[in-house]
Ligand binder design. Structure first.
Ligand code: ADP
Length: 373
């Protein structure tokens, strides 16, 4: 071997390795430019945080990557696809060479039922994507709307039916002025009930579609309390119930004054309606430990059992429907209060003991100085 041979070999090897490295870099750059750099690892990174169930599988249904949501629902278990219904949908989609859709119910991580709209999409390279969207909320919404419409129809039927019957009764008692007078008075009462019910339904649907914070102003809480109590004065006098107001000076919130007044009025009306003559209702406002404005409406009335406390904020729920109707209640008052509270970033809670009384607390974020900026 000549003395130059090792150097020559080194040169040839070095040049070869250099060329290979440059070639690999060029290929990588070209792949990157063509968007082929997404490997299994990257795919996992992309899919992992998605809020939908997304699974990418190979030609042999081997799971390449899946979103956390898909894994939590058991749709991707390690490298295999989850429920048989999903596998069957993908098999059909591959056979028909087109995307197919289906719906299914699975159990969520806490065992809660989840309604999924599934789409299986075969790709041209043999792989496939499965996408599952959570439709539970839509379904719940349409169920709630259906129940609401059914409840409204039921609630409207009672006063409308009564108005028809009373009109007939007044007509057939035409020669007895006293009876006519009595039937007409009842008719006026039913009309008032119908009017109240329709106004509450309109108020509730407006609350559901409006965001009070879009037209929010600074609201002085003591004024809200005074106006609400003034609105209930007649009712309180008729029920022989004394209502006191004690408002912390200077408390303000940001929101819709009219809505807040309606919410407090509903609470005061209830406190009066569900108390016996001679009872006392106290309306107060103060800053609580969490620096929220706490408006409290307390009564020493009939109270609410623990079981019923869980349901009183539902639309049309009443512990005693006859008592509620007799006091002009519609079963919508507390759901309106709840909507107003949530729309203002607050909450409404209840403390109550059957036979002892109740305290409803409406908590709202306090207006701080920097709210003005
Ligand atoms: P309603 O128009 O029937 O008063 P609400 O939605 O305002 O409807 O209240 C729902 C139910 O909660 C009432 O029917 C009543 O049974 C109960 N409730 C509400 N407030 C009180 C209260 N202060 N004391 C006792 N029961 C109450």
């Amino acid at each position: 071997m000549t003395p130059y041979a090792p150097a020559l070999l080194g040169f040839v090897l070095g040049a070869g390795l250099g060329t290979l490295t440059v070639w690999l870099m060029v290929r990588r750059a070209a792949q990157k430019a063509r968007g082929q750099i997404v490997n299994r690892h990257h795919l996992g990174e992309i899919l992992q945080p998605m809020r939908a169930a997304v699974i990418v599988v190979t030609e042999a249904d081997y799971v390449l990557a899946a979103s956390d949501f898909a894994k939590n629902l058991g749709m991707a278990r390690g490298s295999s696809l989850g429920p048989q219904a999903v596998v069957d949908l993908l098999t059909d989609a591959r056979r028909q060479e087109r995307a197919l859709e289906s719906e299914m119910r699975v159990n969520g991580p806490r065992g809660e039922p989840i309604h999924l709209a599934i789409r299986a999409v075969p790709l041209s390279n043999g792989a496939a994507v499965i996408i599952g969207e959570d439709r539970s909320e839509d379904l719940r919404f349409s169920e709630t709307r259906r129940d609401f419409v059914a409840n409204i129809s039921h609630e409207l039927k009672t006063p409308i039916g009564a108005i028809g019957l009373l009109a007939e009764a007044a007509d057939s008692a035409a020669d007895d002025p006293e009876a006519v007078h009595m039937f007409l008075a009842k008719l006026a009462k039913e009309t008032g009930r119908l009017n109240e019910l329709v106004s509450q339904i309109i108020a509730l649907s407006r609350l559901q579609s409006d965001d009070p914070m879009l037209s929010a102003t600074e609201v002085v809480i003591s004024q809200v309390l005074e106006s609400a109590v003034a609105r209930c004065r007649q009712l309180a006098e008729a029920g022989q119930i004394s209502v006191s107001v004690q408002a912390e000076y200077g408390l303000m919130v940001v929101g819709d004054a009219e809505e807040l007044e309606t919410a407090v009025t509903n609470l005061v009306q209830n406190a009066i309606a569900y108390s016996e003559p001679g009872a006392r209702v106290a309306v107060t406002s103060a800053t609580d430990a969490d620096q929220m404005v706490a408006i409290r409406v307390s009564d020493n009335g009939i109270g609410i059992s623990e079981e019923d406390q869980k349901r009183i904020f539902e639309r049309f729920f009443r512990v005693d429907a006859d008592r509620s109707r007799a006091s002009g209640g519609t079963g919508l008052g507390l759901s309106i209060v709840k909507h107003v509270a949530v729309a203002h970033g607050g909450e409404v809670t209840v403390w109550s003991r059957a036979g002892q009384g109740s305290t409803f607390t409406l908590r709202l974020p306090i207006r701080k100085d920097d709210d003005q900026k």
